[in-house]
Design a protein around this ligand. Structure first.
Ligand SMILES: Nc1nc2c(ncn2[C@@H]2O[C@H](COP(=O)(O)OP(=O)(O)OP(=O)(O)O)[C@@H](O)[C@H]2O)c(=O)[nH]1
Ligand SMILES: [Mg+2]
Length: 425
C-alpha cells in the first residue's frame, strides 16, 4: 500500500520541485522497511535470526524417521520463541545463523533490519506453518514416490489448512498432470512445485491495482469490514506508518454506532499525535465524513483514514450506510475514496471470502488488510483470497501492537511460511 502511496508523493514532489519530505529510496536494499516500521525492537541491532538459518538441506524430506522430524520441528518452534523473547540481543543467535548467512552472498547482502523483521514474521506465522508445511513434511516422510494416495491425502491436507477447496483442487490437478508427464517424481519436488504455485497465486493477485492518484488534495482511504476484525486497530497502525513516512494524517470516526468506537479511534489519534474528526454517538456517519473532507482539504492533509462501523441493526443497513458514506466522500472530493480497504480477520478462515464478496458488491473493495495472522493456523486463507478475489492484499496484521502491521510482500510471506531464508525465494 505504501508502495502506491509513495508514488503519489513522488508525483506531488516533482510538481512542487522543492520536496518537503524525503521518502525512502526503494533501490537501496529496501530501507523503507526500517523507516516505515519502527518498533519496540531495536531493528538495526537485530542479528540474523536462527530462523533464517533453516535451509533447504534441512527440509523434512531429508529426515528418515519421525522422531528426527519432531526434533526438527521442536527446534524451529524453540527458535521462533527465542526470537519473540530475546528480541535483538541473543548472542546464541549470532553464532549459528551468521555462519549459515555467510554461505550465500545474497543472504549476507540482506540488511540486518530486513532479516530482523523477517524473523519476526517467520515466528508469527508459526501456527500456519505448522498446519501447512509441517503437515506436508509429515505426509511426505519416508515416501520415495508420488502415488495417487499421496496426492489424495495431500489434497485433503490443503483443504483443511484453509487454502480453500477450489484452490487445493487446482493445485493438485496441476501436480497430477505433471506426475503423469513424468515431470514430477519425488515428494521433495512436489513440495517445491506447490511452493512455487502458491507463490504465483499471491504474486499475481498482489500486483498493485490501478489507482487514480489525486492531482491535488488528500488521498482518502475508507476502511470497512465486519465487527471486531481489526478496522480501528489497523487504522491506528497505518497512521503510525504514514506518520513515520512524514505524511500529514487525518483520522475520521465514521463509526458512530457505538460511543466506545469514537473514543477508541481518539486513543489511536493521541498515540500517533494525529487529529481526529468526530461527532457524538448516533450522529450520521456520512455527515462526519463530509465535515472531515472539508477539514482535510482546508488543513492540507496528505492522507485521510475513515473508520466505519462493522455492525448495524441489520446487514443491509450497514451496506447502505457504507454506500452512502462512500457517495458523500466522492461528492465532496472528486475521485475519493481512492482506496476502499476491507479488513478481514484471518482467524475466520473461509468466512472471510464471503465477507469480501459481500462488501465488494456494495462498495467495490480495492485492497485487503488481513489481520490476526499471528496465532492462527488459518493463514492458508491468503492463497484463497488471492486466487478467488483478485483484490490485492495490501497489509497483514501480525499482532496487537502499533508496529504489528506489515506491507504484504508475497516472496517474503512464502519464505516465512516455509521457514526458509528469504534470499532463496
Ligand atoms: N492478535 C491480533 N489481534 C489484533 C490484530 N488486529 C486487531 N487485533 C485485535 O482485534 C480486536 C478488535 O479490533 P478492533 O480494531 O477494535 O476491530 P474493529 O473492526 O474496529 O471492531 P468494531 O469497531 O467493533 O467493528 C482488538 O482486541 C485488537 O487488538 C492482529 O493483527 N493480531
Ligand atoms: Mg472499530
Amino acid at each position: 500500500m505504501l508502495g502506491w502511496f509513495k508514488k503519489k508523493k513522488r508525483v506531488k514532489e516533482q510538481e512542487k520541485e522543492t520536496p518537503e519530505i524525503t521518502l525512502p529510496d526503494e533501490s537501496a536494499g529496501n530501507p523503507s522497511q526500517s523507516q516505515l516500521e519502527p518498533s519496540g525492537e531495536t531493528q538495526s541491532d537485530t542479528p540474523p535470526s536462527p530462523q533464517v538459518s533453516v535451509t533447504d538441506e534441512e527440509s523434512a524430506s531429508q529426515f528418515s524417521t519421525a522422531p528426527e522430524m519432531d526434533a526438527h520441528k521442536q527446534r524451529l518452534d524453540k527458535e521462533a520463541e527465542d526470537i519473540d523473547t530475546t528480541g535483538s540481543t541473543g548472542e546464541t543467535e549470532e553464532t549459528e545463523s551468521s555462519e549459515k548467512m555467510e554461505s550465500t552472498p545474497e543472504e549476507t547482502a540482506l540488511p540486518e533490519e530486513k532479516t530482523g523483521f523477517f524473523s519476526r514474521l517467520t515466528s508469527k506465522l508459526s501456527k500456519t506453518r505448522e498446519s501447512i508445511v509441517y503437515q506436508m513434511d509429515a505426509l511426505f516422510l519416508g515416501k520415495k514416490k508420488i502415488d495417487a494416495d499421496l496426492l489424495d491425502n495431500f489434497e485433503e491436507l490443503l483443504i483443511t489448512s484453509d487454502i480453500g477447496v477450489s484452490t487445493s483442487a487446482e493445485l493438485i490437478d496441476y501436480a497430477r498432470k505433471k506426475v503423469k508427464r513424468n515431470e514430477l517424481d519425488d515428494p521433495a519436488a512436489l513440495k517445491r512445485f506447490i511452493k512455487e504455485k502458491m507463490g504465483a497465486y499471491i504474486r499475481n493477485a498482489s500486483k498493485p491495482a490501478e489507482l487514480i492518484m489525486p492531482d491535488k488534495g488528500p488521498f482518502v482511504i475508507m476502511v470497512v469490514g465486519v465487527n471486531g476484525v481489526g478496522k480501528t486497530t489497523t487504522i491506528g497502525k497505518i497512521a503510525h506508518k504514514l506518520m513515520n513516512a512524514g505524511q500529514k494524517v487525518l483520522l475520521v470516526a465514521g463509526d458512530t454506532f457505538r460511543a466506545a468506537a469514537v473514543s477508541q479511534l481518539k486513543i489511536w489519534g493521541e498515540r500517533n499525535g494525529v487529529e481526529v474528526v468526530s461527532k457524538a454517538e448516533g450522529a450520521d456517519p456520512s455527515s462526519v465524513a463530509f465535515d472531515a473532507m472539508t477539514r482535510a482539504v482546508d488543513g492540507n492533509f496528505d492522507v485521510v483514514l475513515v473508520d466505519t462501523a462493522g455492525r448495524l441493526h441489520t446487514q443491509s443497513n450497514l451496506m447502505e450506510e457504507l454506500k452512502k458514506i462512500k457517495r458523500v466522500i466522492g461528492k465532496k472530493l472528486k475521485g475519493a475514496p481512492h482506496e476502499v480497504l476491507l479488513v478481514i480477520d484471518a482467524t475466520t478462515g473461509q468466512n472471510g471470502i464471503s465477507q469480501a464478496k459481500l462488501f465488494d458488491a456494495a462498495v467495490d473493495i480495492t485492497g485487503i488488510a488481513l489481520t490476526k495472522l499471528d496465532g492462527t493456523a488459518k493463514g492458508g486463507i491468503v492463497f484463497n483470497i488471492s486466487k478467488d478475489m483478485n483484490i490485492p492484499i495490501r497489509f497483514i496484521g501480525i499482532g496487537e501492537k502499533i508496529e504489528d502491521l506489515r506491507d504484504f510482500e508475497p516472496d517474503e510471506f512464502i519464505a516465512a511460511l516455509f521457514g526458509e531464508p528469504i534470499a532463496n525465494t
